[in-house]
Ligand binder design. Sequence first.
Ligand code: 5CA
Ligand code: ZN
Length: 409
Amino acid sequence: MHAWPASEVPALPDKGRDLRIHDTATDGLVTLDPGPVARIYVCGITPYDATHIGHAATYNAFDLVQRVWLDTKRQVHYVQNVTDVDDPLLERAQRDNVDWVALAEQETALFREDMTALRMLPPQQYIGAVEAIPGIVPLVERLRDAGAAYELEGDIYFSVESDPNFGKVSRLDAAAMRLLSAERGGDPDRPGKKNPLDPMLWMAAREGEPSWDGGSLGRGRPGWHIECVAIALDHLGMGFDIQGGGSNLAFPHHEMGASHAQALTGEFPMAKAYVHAGMVALHGEKMSKSKGNLVFVSTLRREGVDPAAIRLALLAHHYRADWEWTDQVLQDAVARLDRWRAAVSRPDGPPAETLVTEIREALANDLDAPAALVAVDRWAALQQERGGTDEGAPGVVSRAVDALLGVAL
Ligand code: 5CA
Ligand code: ZN
C-alpha cells in the first residue's frame, strides 16, 4: 500500500554522532554501526480506530532514530506494516456493523494524515498483512516441514521449544510470559497445544470470517507475529538494525518474531537492537483502544491544535518513560512553540553552533529529546533577553529543529 508524503529534511553542516540506544534484549545501551544504509522495521497500527497520542509517541521515537541516522549522512531503509486483518479489527467491524476492509482503509487513511501532519518520515515500504499473505504461506510451510510448527484442528502453531534462544528478547520468566500471552492475543489455555505459549502461524478459515488460499495449509489467515517477520525479511533481510514498537510489543510479538526468524534462518537475533517506547496513559491508565481512554491526534487537529505543538508535547517526554497525557502537557507545548517561533522570527541572534551540537548529542544519547528541548529553550531565552548579533543564527536553529526534531518553526 502507499505510505504518506515525506516532509523535507534540511541538511545540516558537518555530521551528527552515531546513535547509542537501549536494546531490550541485552537491557543495555548499544552503539549501532549501521553501514551506509541503516535498516529499521517499526510495527504499524492495527487500523480499527484512529491514531491516539500513545501511537504518535511511539512513532515519534522511531522518527527520531531516522533523523539521527540521516544526520550522520546515511540513508535509511524504513519498513512499516499495517495489521489489516486480525481479531480486534474483525471484532470492531462486527460490533459497528461495518465492512472490515472499509474500516481498515478508513483508519489507515486517517493514520497517514496524522503522520503527515506530525511530520513523521514515511517508510519506503508500507505493507499490509493481507498483501503479504503470498509471502507468509511459504514461510509457514517451511516452519512446518522443518518440525518447528504443528497442526491443531486445522490451525498451525509455532513450537517455541524449537528455538534455543526463545525468551532472549523480552527476558521474562515463564509465569510472566503466560500472563502476557493471554492478555496480548495468545491462547495459552487452548487444550492440545504443546506449550501454552505457542503462537498461531496460520488460522484455518472460520465461518463468517475472511480467509485466503494457503496452499498446503488450506484456506485461512496469518498469525500476527509471522506477518511482521515475513515483511521484515522480505524487505530488510536478517540482522537489520532496529525493530521498534511500544513496550507492550516486547512480549509476545517481538519475542515470537525473533523465534520465527531463528527457526527459518538459523540466525539470532533478527534485529541488532529491539527498541521499545514507554506507554502513554490517560487518567491513570494506559491509553488503549480496548479501554477507550483515548486522545486522538485527529481530534486535536480538528480542534485547531497546531501539529507542531502536539509533536513538542511528545518530545518533552523521554521515549522510554511511561507518561501521562494531560491538558497541561499540551498547554506547555503550545507555550514553548510560541517562544521558539518568536525567537527564530528575527534575522539575527545568539550563536547557534553549540546548540546544534547539543541537540545532536542529546539525541545520539538514547534519543534524549527532553534534553534537546531544554537546549533550545536556553537559546530562545537568550534571544528573548539579550538578542545577539549572529546573522542567520535563527535560520540555523530553525533548520536544526526541523531536521532533528521534526518540528517546523
Ligand atoms: N499492529 C500491531 C503491531 S504489528 C499493533 O500493536 N498495533 S497497535 O495499533 O495496537 O499499536 C501500534 C503501535 O503503538 C505499537 O508499537 C504499540 O506498542 C504502540 N502503542 C499502543 N498503545 C500505546 C500507548 N498507550 N502508548 C505508547 N505506545 C502505544
Ligand atoms: Zn509487528
